[in-house]
Design a protein around this ligand. Structure first.
Ligand code: KIV
Ligand code: ZN
Length: 387
């Protein structure tokens, strides 16, 4: 039977932390409504202790949204947890996300503490959050660089203290997929009570492995993925929502599913990019402008014959109207004929030969021959009869 993988979206928290991406409360609400339509299971709406503006945004999101769980972040600090609980007052399904660093690096150099004291703080934070809400997620920050035996002790302690979800972040994007998968497998085997809770993957992209690590986590027992649209987030970003969703759909459909309406992936990606003034790189998987664009003659000929020759995803499935045949100096006759037909010129073979000669001279002077250029060129040849 196919198993549901919950999508925990942190675009409005980890994503919004990125310099220049800050949103006001109205903009946050607009993105949150979009995420609700997309079908995410959990929205991490912000870090309410960080500013009154973020507190207000979370409160508004809680009032307006009724479907997803709304989550607020806190450190393992009583005041943070109380403010997080307060910001969630109006939530139909509130969750507090609390935690602390567990790697040797964080214990020694961030907290100047000891492993035993960190476990005490983890338990205290979980118990404190439990006084306000039933649904408490605990994050073991820098779990990617945490010794597995110690991590298992921390996780066992917070599960016993009532955590409902345990988040195993690869905060610094340090793990390889096999290491991350083995970490999850180790916890599954060595933590008492782990079967009662949800295991969550929260992977950063410092080595470009966030998506691969999250999927490796799923292969070993993760049932919630924390991710952002367009993969935005601290430094090199977080796991990209659109990538994990489409990997599960394309490659593992018999084993896993999500509730994401994939047709909204591209519209939502644009909404996030525009509201955060954060352009999406052109070659970004699923949502980049070139994700369904074909520019070399060989590929264009192949796609025109059968889209599946060079596309593994139907663009309609992710909210893109159609594949795009780009006209450049690397394009061939098939592409020119195809694009000409789209604007009303169904060229016979000899006409195409003539048009192609004009086209190549023009294309060598430009990065791309757009529709306007093409129309002008064809009109000049065939209406004004310049040949
Ligand atoms: O990357 C991380 O460890 C985080 C936690 C706060 C969950 O963002
Ligand atoms: Zn993070």
């Amino acid at each position: 039977m196919s198993k549901k993988i919950e999508i925990f979206d942190t675009t409005l928290r980890d994503g919004e932390q990125v310099p220049g991406c800050k949103l006001n409360h109205k903009e946050k609400l607009k993105v949150a409504l979009g995420l609700q339509s997309l079908g995410v299971d959990v929205i991490e709406a912000g870090f309410p202790i960080s500013s009154p503006g973020d507190f207000k945004a979370i409160e508004m999101i809680c009032k307006e949204l009724r479907e997803p769980v709304i989550c607020a972040l806190s450190r393992s600090v009583e005041k943070d947890i109380k403010v997080a609980a307060e910001s969630l007052t109006y939530a139909k399904r509130p969750r507090i996300h609390t935690g602390i660093g567990t790697s040797e690096q964080h214990i020694k150099y961030k907290f100047q503490s000891t492993p035993e004291k960190i476990i005490e703080r983890a338990i205290a934070a979980t118990s404190c959050a439990k006084r306000f809400v039933e649904d408490v997620e605990f994050y073991a920050e820098d779990a990617g660089r945490t010794d597995n035996a110690y991590l298992a002790r921390v996780i066992e302690a917070v599960v016993a203290a009532g955590a409902t979800v345990v988040n195993i972040p690869d905060t610094t994007g340090y793990c390889l997929p096999d290491e991350y998968g083995q970490k999850i497998a180790y916890l599954k085997e060595n933590v008492k009570g782990i079967h009662k809770v949800t295991i969550s993957a929260h992977c950063h992209n410092d080595l470009g492995l966030a998506t691969a690590n999250s999927i490796a986590g799923v292969m070993h027992g993760v049932t919630q993925i924390e991710c952002t649209l367009n993969g935005i987030g601290e430094r090199a970003g977080n796991t990209s929502l659109e990538e994990v969703v489409m990997i599960l759909k394309q490659k593992y459909r018999d084993h896993f599913y999500t509730d994401i309406n994939t047709k909204l992936l591209n519209p939502l990606s644009r909404l996030v990019s525009e509201s955060m003034s954060m352009p999406v790189q052109a070659n970004k998987a699923i949502v980049g402008v070139n994700a369904f664009a074909h520019s070399s003659g060989i590929h264009q000929d192949g796609v025109i014959k059968s889209r599946e020759n060079y596309e593994i995803i139907d663009p309609l499935e992710v909210g893109v109207d159609k594949s795009y045949i780009v006209l450049t100096a690397r394009s061939g006759r098939a592409a020119l004929a195809f694009r000409s037909k789209e604007i009303g010129y169904d060229l016979a073979k000899d006409e195409l030969d003539i048009a192609y000669e004009h086209f190549i001279s023009l294309a060598d002077t430009k990065k791309e021959v757009d529709e306007h250029d093409l129309q002008k060129m064809l009109d000049a040849i065939f209406v004004s009869n310049i040949c």
